[in-house]
Design a protein around this ligand. Structure first.
Ligand code: AMP
Length: 239
């Protein structure tokens, strides 16, 4: 998330919505009469989807591949690399479904497809829950195509993403401390996150995010009466 511009749209999702996308992908796999022997779930975004798709398809062979986008410190590498190789025998001779959450540049799923294909598998197909128009790779199975680019906040890393986003907007807005309502205003201004959208997807969780930020020493509370939050002076820096 660290190399994104100051303002960009974020969409907050929840478990039910994502579970339905897993079902869409599974239905497409079944309709295509593709019967994989193993699912390779890309770490970390493809794990939930990979597990659920095994359930829908009746598979007990699930393995993982960790892709990495960065080399050295915060230096963007054009080509995603494989961080942890797969154990011997994971895919050799097997029909494989490679699974990730979203294809944005498409680099991760493309590289994973290449990596698996190099290991003497049977047939290899790819799937993502969501596909952005920016992707240069077209997965075989897609839960949902998104017309407009957005950063998708998934339920499995809700806290991680919301801490990044909240830290970012508090750094941009210079006149803190902020009440929770003012933080909602900043999230709307910079990321088009509407209160109603957030409360429907993840009800009552902004205070949980702020409390966790305080526990991690990123923010501190100030004042008496209505609580307001400001970034801690020695906080680990945001995105
Ligand atoms: P890619 O650019 O297709 O290689 O994306 C690599 C990974 O980064 C994806 O599997 C996601 O985990 C994450 N990612 C990239 N773009 C987004 C986005 N717009 N929203 C949420 N996660 C993203």
């Amino acid at each position: 998330m660290s190399d994104l511009p100051d303002e960009f749209k974020c969409t907050i999702t929840n478990w039910d919505y994502i579970y339905d996308l897993c079902r869409e992908v599974s239905d497409d796999v079944k309709a295509a009469e593709f019967e994989p022997d193993v699912v390779v779930a890309l770490a970390r975004g493809g794990w939930f989807a990979g597990r659920v798709i095994c359930d829908f398809l009746g598979l007990d062979d699930l393995t993982s591949l960790k892709m990495e986008h960065y080399v050295g410190t915060a230096q963007k590498s054009g080509e995603p690399t494989v961080r942890y190789p797969m154990p011997e025998g994971s895919v050799e001779g097997k029909d494989v479904l490679v699974m990730d959450d979203i294809a944005d540049t498409g680099g991760s799923i493309r590289r994973a497809h290449e990596y698996v294909t190099d290991r003497d598998p049977g047939e290899v197909r790819t799937a993502t829950l969501q596909l952005l128009g920016t992707s240069e790779f077209e997965p075989d199975f897609v839960g949902e195509r998104l017309d407009e680019w957005a950063w998708i906040v998934y339920p499995w890393n809700f806290i991680e993403d919301m801490i990044d986003l909240t830290t970012g907007v508090m750094e941009k807005g210079a006149d803190g401390p902020y009440t929770a309502e003012e933080i909602r205003g900043l999230l709307r201004e910079y990321h088009r996150v509407e209160r109603i959208e957030m409360e429907i997807a993840q009800p009552g969780r902004l205070s949980e995010v702020l409390e966790e930020m305080a526990r991690r020493g990123i923010v501190e509370t100030v004042g008496e009466g209505e609580v307001a939050w400001r970034l801690h002076e020695d906080a680990p820096s945001g995105p």
